[in-house]
Design a protein around this ligand. Structure first.
Ligand code: SF4
Length: 80
């Protein structure tokens, strides 16, 4: 997980959603665990969804696995 601190506006929604992972250091400096425990996955997902500026990017380990495969191309590739 990565938080884009240039985008973060210190709204604090992530702190409320996942207090074990996100916290403020001082009044506006956000701190967070770069590799949160697996047990906090749902909280981190809620925090990412709650962030008003979409500053929280989930890593692959916390993203749901894709459930569909890519569709086959509609036009076959030409053979040279
Ligand atoms: S919810 Fe988003 S904008 Fe607010 S403190 Fe967390 S990362 Fe920053």
């Amino acid at each position: 997980m990565v938080v884009d601190l240039n985008r973060c506006q210190s709204y604090g929604q992530c702190v409320y959603a996942a207090p074990a992972v996100f916290r403020f250091h001082g009044e506006e400096a956000l701190e967070y665990d770069y590799a949160p425990a697996a047990g906090t996955r749902r909280e981190v997902e809620r925090a990412a969804a709650a962030c008003p500026v979409q500053a929280i990017a989930l890593s692959r380990a916390t993203e749901p696995a894709p459930s569909v495969t890519e569709p086959a191309p509609l036009v076959p590739e030409r053979v040279r």
